[in-house]
Design a protein around this ligand. Sequence first.
Ligand SMILES: Cc1cc2nc3c(=O)[nH]c(=O)nc-3n(C[C@H](O)[C@H](O)[C@H](O)COP(=O)(O)OP(=O)(O)OC[C@H]3O[C@@H](n4cnc5c(N)ncnc54)[C@H](O)[C@@H]3O)c2cc1C
Length: 413
Amino acid sequence: MTQLDFPPTRTAALERLSRFLPHAGRDYAQLRNHDLPGNPHVSQLSPYLRHRVLTEEEVLASVLSRWSLSSAEKFVQEVVWRGYFKGWLERRPQVWEDYRRDVAGAWNRVQTEAGLRQSWEAACRGETGIDAFDHWAHELVETGYLHNHARMWFASIWCFTLELPWQLGADFFLRHLLDGDPASNTLSWRWVAGLHTRGKHYVARPANIAKYTDGRFRPEGLAPSPDPLRGPDHPPLQTLRETSPALPGRRTGLLLTEDELSPGWLLAGHDIAATLIVNGSAGRSPLQVSDGVREFTGALIEDSVTRYAEKLGPYEIVSDPGDVGVRLSDWAGRHGLEQVIIPHMPQGPARDLLVAPLERLGSSGVNIAEMRRPYDQAIWPHATAGFFKVKAKIPDVLDTLGLTRPKRGTAQD
Ligand SMILES: Cc1cc2nc3c(=O)[nH]c(=O)nc-3n(C[C@H](O)[C@H](O)[C@H](O)COP(=O)(O)OP(=O)(O)OC[C@H]3O[C@@H](n4cnc5c(N)ncnc54)[C@H](O)[C@@H]3O)c2cc1C
């Protein structure tokens, strides 16, 4: 598999979804943990879901039109994990801020401590001598994707056998994963380390790796019984930011980021005078983000503006993080905008770039209307503690979104 296996278009995402649908029931429940060449037992939809080229609602609706909830329960739960993590981070933004600060600190240490630098380089280059780990490091860099189980094993070996700072591992993932996501990535690394569910960590075991890689790997020398990492308590839960309404009769611009590339839901009733799209992917890391990630994200943005061409008005794309503040105010001024509508900006690099410039624009009298998708609105209020609370609400969430259907009792069930 190479990065070419993820064509950067919505058409490719829809084709992948339709190829996967027959496998979203029993096959997925039984086989999803097997990490095999070509990843035949998982959907590989995450690079598209991450950027909402394809949305969670669409995926769930397709799956539930073919399978009953009980048959596709496992897959539905996994899709909902993404929303859980996103909601959890929205409610504890400090965790993202701390992560950004700690990556910068760890990167300074890499530059000044020769031993750390050597181990970090060996890990990122796949030259540790742990065959499975080295294989996954190469696979990640070459393909921009790793199976979930490989991500868990890799993160566990990084933290507990190589004893490298988890933040540098999360950063390595973010620089290379096409689906690199501030919430899923940061919180999954914290989960493996024992910092998300406090004191409960994930320990990679040679027998488990051998079983789920079809005997391809049985690494030796892994830390057999490491302690979980320690860290400060979770910051207090914050209430979700209020959404701010769009006002009628104002000359309106649309601001998008790589976090939301299917903006149809917020265009209804608005005549868009101009659109600005900020590609924040280069800001994922203090280090250089891979060409694969930047090209994939850039091409998805181009695909999206082609799809919505008639509704966006004249559009501009900003890819250089250094330009964002100036370009935003210049764009709003040139188009005489009185209002800018934005889909909710989740914690992450694009938001980090835009918060201050948007505040400045707002104080100059332009109405900033930030709106939240009904899907996020349905899940995030429950993302206050562990996943179990959200899991228990899945039937209600699906009902609220109109995604449940009467049980059919077909052979697929
Ligand atoms: C250390 C680590 C880092 C991770 N970093 C990221 C990341 O940066 N971006 C990212 O999208 N996912 C991340 N994940 C979660 C998960 O590994 C991927 O979402 C999944 O492997 C994507 O492959 P898929 O689409 O084939 O998944 P499938 O198994 O087909 O699942 C379908 C969808 O459900 C969601 N999903 C599945 N598993 C998870 C999970 N454990 N957590 C959250 N959502 C999930 C994804 O949207 C996925 O596309 C990480 C997991 C770990 C352990």
